[in-house]
Design a protein around this ligand. Structure first.
Ligand code: GTP
Ligand code: MG
Length: 317
């Protein structure tokens, strides 16, 4: 097999042609914050934006990956291609993740219409949110009709899925009472669709009532509720229909408006994350900063003077 180019512009061309090795390499470049990543993104960017980007979020273990695997099947049956970015906040070596990935890979590994990528969450400058957003952009440039992003969390994680996705699906199972409380208290943004998972398990009736109460009954503002049981093949088609109806309902203008807001918030979050990482690195490593810390401890600098010093120092770094 010929060696894959290291040239970012050539790599971008291969990505746009749908070359799977190039797609994998491109995602690794953005994940590793490789020096070529900026040039790569610049070359890819004119080709980004055609995919419908769908975020699937929810607390740990509610069945997001199972759902994503089933959705991939539904999307393929509808004749569309799909790229998946799964963010694995825990160790990529946990049995569940490996097993889940393997199941999906075995099912779809001969299908060129599916691309699956699991992102680690090693500490990086821009953080996992940045590399996830960029991986999604790579898959969009590669021409996949749909990009699915799976992230753990429920609105409060460091990944703001609403800033990356056109449509947000929140997966909840009986026992996800904390998330329901968070919705009620207004600390969690209301998703477009709530996927009630594991409806074959006991407790689903009480949970349905609790959810309906928390989400409100106004059909104009309440998210759609879809009940699923993946082992029984229940609800997957309905979920895909609900997602496409929400997106169609937004229209091109609505999607563009969400993307504008999301891009602004995403960029601000990346700048903040990088500034934070620079500040921490400066505090840890810089003798001048260590000296300022000593002066603060000795009472020569007040805390706000220390912050002002650090801001000057890190923005010059
Ligand atoms: N009974 C039942 N079990 C399910 C269903 N969907 C998923 N599960 C099980 O729930 C467990 C967790 O499923 P995952 O799909 O890995 O959940 P996840 O939300 O992706 O988990 P993390 O990524 O670790 O947060 C697995 O044992 C699944 O087999 C369902 O509809 N019914
Ligand atoms: Mg998962």
């Amino acid at each position: 097999m010929a060696a894959l180019t290291r040239d970012p512009v050539e790599l971008a061309q291969l990505v746009c042609a749908g070359d799977r090795r190039a797609i994998a390499r491109a995602i690794s470049l953005v994940e590793d914050e490789d020096a070529g990543a900026r040039e790569l993104m610049a070359a890819l960017w004119p080709h980004v934006g055609g995919a419908a980007v769908i975020g699937i979020t929810g607390p740990p273990g509610v069945g997001k990956s199972t759902l994503v695997g089933a959705l991939v099947g539904a999307i393929r049956r509808s004749g569309r291609t799909v790229g998946v970015v799964a963010v694995d906040p825990s160790s990529p070596f946990t049995q569940g993740a490996v097993l889940g990935d393997r199941v999906r890979l075995v099912e779809h590994d001969t299908d060129d219409g599916v691309f699956f990528r699991s992102m680690g969450s090693r500490g990086r400058l821009g953080g996992v949110a940045e590399s996830t957003a960029l991986a999604s952009a790579v898959l969009s440039a590669a021409g996949f009709d749909v990009v699915l992003i799976e992230t753990v969390g429920a609105g409060q994680s460091d990944i703001r899925i609403a800033d990356m996705a056109d449509v947000v699906v929140l997966a909840l199972q009986p026992g996800s009472g904390d998330s329901v409380q968070a919705i009620k208290a207004g600390v969690m943004e209301i998703p477009d669709v709530v996927a009630m998972t594991k409806c074959d398990l006991p407790g689903i009736d009480a949970f349905r009532s609790e959810l309906r109460l928390a989400l409100g009954i106004d059909p104009e503002t309440a998210p759609r509720l879809v009940e699923l049981s993946v082992p029984n093949g229940q609800g997957v088609g309905e979920l895909w229909t609900a997602i496409t109806e929400v997106r169609d309902g937004l229209g091109a203008e609505g999607v563009a408006a969400r993307r504008r807001t999301g891009a602004a918030r995403e960029a601000a979050a990346i700048v903040a994350a990088r500034a934070g990482a620079r500040a921490r690195a400066a505090i840890d490593a810089d003798p001048a900063v260590q000296d300022a810390l000593r002066r603060t401890a000795a009472g020569e600098l007040d805390p706000l003077a220390l912050v002002a010093y650090l801001e000057r120092h890190t923005s010059n770094a």
